[in-house]
Design a protein around this ligand. Sequence first.
Ligand SMILES: [Zn+2]
Length: 420
Amino acid sequence: MVERAMALGREAESMIRALALISAEEGHLTRLYLTPEHRLAADLVRRWMEEAGLEVSEDALGIVRGRLAPKADGRNAVQRLLIGSHIDTVIDAGAYDGTLGVIAGILAVREVVKKHGRLPFGIDVLAFGDEEGSRFPATLLCSQAVAGRFDPSTLEVESVDGVRLEDALRLYGKDPSQIPAAAYEAGEAAAYVELHIEQGPVLEQAGQALGVVTAIASQSRHSVTVVGEAGHAGTVPMNLRHDALAAAAEITLAVEDLARRNADDFMVATIGKMSLSPGASNVIPARVVFTVDLRSQTDARRIDAMNWLREEILAIARRRKVTAWIERTHEAEARPCDPALQAGFARAIGGEGKAIHLPSGAGHDGQAVGMLCPIGMLFVRCRGGISHNPAEFAAVRDMGQAIAALIKFIENFDPSALAR
Ligand SMILES: [Zn+2]
């Protein structure tokens, strides 16, 4: 059994290496949505799916879909288990983010077919094209379409290389009017599961290869502007200053403290971008604009936290005699993983009591597919918690164990046990 898992891990590794060679730049991995590299990767994935015995199709957004039909007499004949992840990457990416989930799905279904033939339910393995949002200012387009939630106004968005999404789709050989056909019908999708590298250090610190995901974090992004008054660095006394940066610094510490106080809800807060003007060594800063990225496992805690922060920013601004305001730029609701799917993964990795459970602070396709059906995720340890970086790495042994767990999960999957 252990040997079999190792062999699957080695096979996954060689497939991940093959996909990593398909890149826009030599020596770095960059594979953006609807590019020639996406086409080559999709063709390779299609070949692997066909070799695994799946019937392959591609929809109007370029999602590659490998389908295993259910047993003809299966009681849940219309229901399918969806297994997916993405084959696009960030710029100068690691090799495992997304691709591991697609490859694990293909290998697991191949093994299940070898052992059992068809199952009472159908299985679709999905290779999404645009989870990262690296080319277009939109993410989860493919998974939204699968959930029947594609917003047609998105066709107008322009890529970083100046191409409208609609034109890019046509250049890729697709007909955007057919996008609605990518959606599953109500009741057709029993569940969506995804295997993904953790992209964080929790499993490594816990000494565990695998972990069951409890929820995909709820997320707020805001832009904060603080306006004070510019002045001569040598002549304006400290008590007469309206220093926008000093106020922004106090807000920064308040943001950090807020997340630390809510650590029990896995809250994390980051100020990742800040600009100040005029920006000279001998001038008091007059204006500072910065971002706040705040994530939490539950929506209620995140909303409470943002309300508190809004008040705190105004209080700091009043005290320091500057003005400040905050605007929301992005919001995503938490997507809890289904308890029955969590239990299924926990059993598959060796016991409900033993398995480590953790939330995902990063966004995933399941956020969108969760609008269609229950979702579940299994995380695989990655070295140093490093991701979105060429140093990204998952061990063959861990990947093998993950695929073996996915096989067990599929073998024990029962669509009728899920709350609809
Ligand atoms: Zn990913």
